[in-house]
Design a binder for this molecule. Structure first.
Ligand code: F0G
Length: 458
């Protein structure tokens, strides 16, 4: 008999969680204006809002916390972090920031001007926000396959090279750099192949444009390259990461994901002029260049986390848990972005709530139903998150409308995944009785999904 698969770690510390009644959840959700971001954490049983900053650190990371160097300038913790980043990515210059969007803010302040175009593969919302708030345009060049949730292709996060080429041929003057998000969060945690990264690089060189990787989940991307792309099965994750980054000039990193820390980020690059500009902005926005919004102890934990999470076993444990949840949903026939991605399952809400019109936000409606059903907090990655078009101010209904179940790293067991799957099945079984969604009562101009207030219809 084949040995079953088990986690590559054991548990040393636990945190109690509490279930609730449906009646309690109804009250809490109403008080939260039907926006799960506004719930209190203790009102949530299983929290799949995000995999960002919610992972469980290892004993080695906690040990690193104890020996953090909190010196304002020149801390040993910074140097340890820098050396680890240099070794894994090949980038020489490293600038810490307090999280990923801060890295975007610092770098984009140097690089983006009004009316610029930043092509990429499904820019994350903060990335899009930092582009659009500078009156520039984020143009999505993701492959069309990503729009068909039921189509099984191995690298659904890829950049469509023809789309990118067409755009560059027309608008190269307005493009300061190309951004590639690995893995592609918004398209469903879908990976980008090494071949695609190479092709983007080649095209960028043709137009003399630098390439930036939004690298929040780069280690998960490397895992998929190893297991799905021909020629990489015998390479280590670290070798794959090194090659991936060789096709970029710089990276922004939210270390809250693949470095498994609760807070942290950085910019790394080989372009000295970018580093010199970013240093100035970094000091203004984040702090001195050897801490940039981070504690010394957090930089230690980040360095250790990056090292650990660019090892195969840790990634395999994580990604197989996501695949396990997907397999349970398959048993129930629940449609999600296929194949399962790296950090989350993205349920195709309009395919579940077929009666809820797009103007009433199906994915948000499904998010609400899942919370009411079992106290599970997912997150809408759909029409609310897409914001309004900056020019026409119309809702952007062109993309996918998904309920994301993001799985924190090393936090929940597969028993929790079973609870999630069955709760979703129960909602799925009564899907035809859900005919109305929600309407917006109040919204912010940008990144509205965090604070939007909603009303239930019907
Ligand atoms: N880029 C990607 C691809 C992300 O997924 C995120 C954050 C960021 C940048 C910004 O990083 O949060 O450290 O400022 N994603 C989280 C999520 C919030 O839930 O997907 P940050």
């Amino acid at each position: 008999m084949q040995q079953p698969f088990a986690e590559s770690w054991k548990i040393k510390m636990v945190e109690p969680i509490r279930n609730s009644t449906r009646h309690e959840r109804e009250q809490w959700l109403k008080a939260a204006h039907y926006n799960v971001f506004q719930l209190n954490a203790e009102e949530v049983y299983i929290d799949l809002l995000t995999d960002s900053g919610t992972g469980a650190m290892s004993d080695r990371q906690w040990a690193g916390m104890m020996i953090g160097d909190e010196s304002y300038a020149g801390a040993t913790s910074f140097r340890k972090m820098k050396e680890t980043i240099q070794r894994i990515t090949g980038f020489q210059y490293v600038l810490p920031t307090h999280q990923g969007r801060a890295a975007e803010n610092v770098l984009f302040s140097c690089l983006i001007n009004e009316n610029d175009i930043i092509p990429g593969n499904s820019h994350f919302d903060t990335t899009k926000g930092h582009i659009e708030s500078r009156k520039a345009f984020a143009v999505d060049c993701t492959v069309d396959d990503a729009k068909d949730t039921q189509k099984e292709v191995p690298f659904k996060g890829n950049v469509d090279i023809t789309k990118l080429d067409t755009l560059l041929a027309k608008e190269a003057d307005r493009v300061p750099f190309i951004i590639v998000t690995i893995t592609n969060n918004t398209a469903g945690g879908q990976p980008v192949s090494m071949d695609n990264l190479r092709q983007v690089r080649r095209l960028a060189q043709k137009y003399n444009k630098p390439v930036l990787f939004d690298s929040a989940r780069f280690a998960e991307n490397a895992y998929f390259i190893k297991v799905r792309e021909e020629g990489f099965a015998d390479k280590t994750i670290k070798e794959i990461c090194y090659e991936m980054f060789s096709y970029a000039d710089a990276m922004t990193m939210s270390a809250k994901k693949d470095a498994i820390v609760n807070m942290g980020g950085f910019i790394a690059t080989n372009i000295q002029s970018w580093f010199d500009m970013a240093k100035v902005k970094g000091i203004v926005y984040e702090g001195y260049i050897t801490y940039g919004g981070m504690n010394g102890r957090d930089m230690n934990a980040l360095a250790i986390g990056l090292d650990e999470n660019t090892e195969f076993d840790n990634l395999e444990t994580r990604i197989r848990q996501v695949a396990y949840l997907a397999q349970r949903l398959d048993e129930f026939g629940i449609p999600y972005q296929r194949p399962a991605g790296g950090h989350a399952i993205f349920v195709d809400a309009p395919k579940v709530l077929v009666q809820v019109p797009k103007e009433e936000f199906p994915a948000q409606t499904l998010t609400i139903e899942l919370y009411l059903e079992a106290g599970i907090r997912g997150c809408e990655i759909g029409y609310l998150l897409a914001d309004r078009d900056p020019v026409t101010r119309q809702n952007r209904f062109g993309g996918l409308d998904l309920l994301r179940l993001a799985i924190p790293r090393r936090v929940y067991t597969n028993n929790h995944m079973d609870v999630v799957a069955v709760a979703l099945k129960n909602v799925y079984d009564r899907r035809n009785s859900i005919t109305r969604g929600v309407e917006i009562v109040w919204e912010a101009e940008l990144m509205r999904h965090f604070t939007v207030q909603l009303r239930q219809l019907g």
